[in-house]
Design a protein around this ligand. Structure first.
Ligand code: PHE
Length: 355
């Protein structure tokens, strides 16, 4: 065997011999087989060998390589077997398990549902993929009505259901939680349990929290997001009830110093309609660099349109009420001063662990 190969073989073996724990072998492997390793350099020399000796040199390098690999494996198994024989200290403290926590969005959902529960609202769950009828038509938005454009909806291809139910139209990924309004009206009119059957209608105090989908993405929008929808139906409900409810919610969710204001707006399913703003958490309404005007937009609301009550089988002569629908991610962003709501869905622990 060529002297050079023999030296490499000996060097490699003594390196391997020097390993005390299995982990040491990682570094040693690199020193032998890495880019600048002993064996690698040897292989590089093959081209400088006289042509007539080249073949046998190559063969020797290969068998040295094999020998080193076997030596390394032997050493590895001997290190695994010969663990230090110190006895196990059963009094030593155990390893702490890492405990996670609910996602920020789930935390907010629980908190929001809890606040409305105190006002007598019950949490209902309505479909996130629903018929056109519930998402639009029953909400006073007929087919092809331009008002629908605001909802940037994902429509699902398919046929309307048969059997006299074609009025339901096609399926859509719900672009808002307002599809729960008429569904809730139907629920209280046709209660599932005999106990509730005596009710047969309002009052309604509902919170519907669900996923929504719209075709948009930027710092304040994700294509999938969550809304919470409130529906309050009773006799002689006024805008003062609505305003009081919003102030109750904002002071509990954002803090006692925050208040709301209503701005006139237009929705097809409420009349009158509002956009609800809450005072900025930094300047409390004075106006600052973040909010400019002192107010941040929370979401939509209004007094339920008589046509919607009728669609849900409720007599608008007897009952009225209000509804509101706000984005959960947006309320989180307003509470925690989040600069980009897409952070919520990137699953980066460095972000999530802060909450
Ligand atoms: N559904 C409306 C939206 O997504 C919000 C809303 C809900 C407005 C209920 C009025 C009443 O923007």
């Amino acid at each position: 065997m060529d002297q050079k190969i023999k030296t490499v073989l000996d060097d490699a073996k003594s390196k391997i011999e020097s390993a005390k724990v299995v982990k040491d072998l990682e570094q040693i492997y690199i020193e032998i087989f890495g880019r600048n390793g002993l064996v690698t350099n040897l292989t590089k020399q093959i081209k400088d060998i006289k042509p007539q000796d080249r073949a046998s040199f190559g063969q020797s390098v290969n068998s040295a390589k094999k020998e080193i690999e076997e030596y390394l494996e032997k050493k590895r198994s001997s290190l695994i077997v010969s663990r230090p024989s110190t006895p196990i200290d059963i009094t030593a403290p155990g390893k702490k398990q890492q405990i996670g926590h609910l996602h920020l969005v789930s935390q907010a959902m629980e908190e929001i549902a809890g606040i409305f529960k105190k006002l007598g609202y019950s949490l209902q769950s309505y479909p996130e993929v629903d018929w056109d009828w519930y998402a639009f038509e029953s909400l006073n938005m007929p087919k092809n009505h331009p008002a629908r454009d605001d909802w940037e909806t994902f429509f699902i291809k398919g046929d309307p259901p048969a059997g006299g139910k074609s009025y339901l139209g096609n399926l859509v990924l719900t672009p808002h939680t307002s599809n729960g309004q008429v569904r809730e009206m139907e629920r209280v009119k046709e209660p599932a349990s005999p106990k509730a059957a005596s009710r047969g209608g309002p009052p309604i105090r509902m919170i519907n929290i669900a996923r929504c989908y719209r075709r948009q993405i930027d710092v304040s929008h994700t294509p999938m997001f969550h809304q919470f929808e409130g529906l309050f139906i009773d006799k002689n409900v006024s805008i003062a009830d609505l305003k009081g409810t919003f102030d109750y919610f904002t002071s509990h969710f954002f803090g006692p110093k925050r208040v709301t204001r209503l701005r006139p707006h237009h929705f097809r399913f409420t009349e009158p309609s509002f956009e609800v703003d809450v005072t900025c958490g930094v300047c409390l309404g004075k106006g600052c660099r973040i909010c400019k005007s002192g107010w941040l937009e929370l979401g939509g609301a209004g007094m339920v349109h008589p046509k919607v009550l009728k669609a849900g089988g409720i007599d608008p002569q007897k009952y009225n009420g209000f509804a509101f629908g706000w984005g959960i991610e947006r309320t989180i962003a307003m509470k925690t001063e989040l600069p980009d709501i897409r952070l919520l869905y990137q699953n980066d622990l460095r972000f999530l662990e802060q909450f």
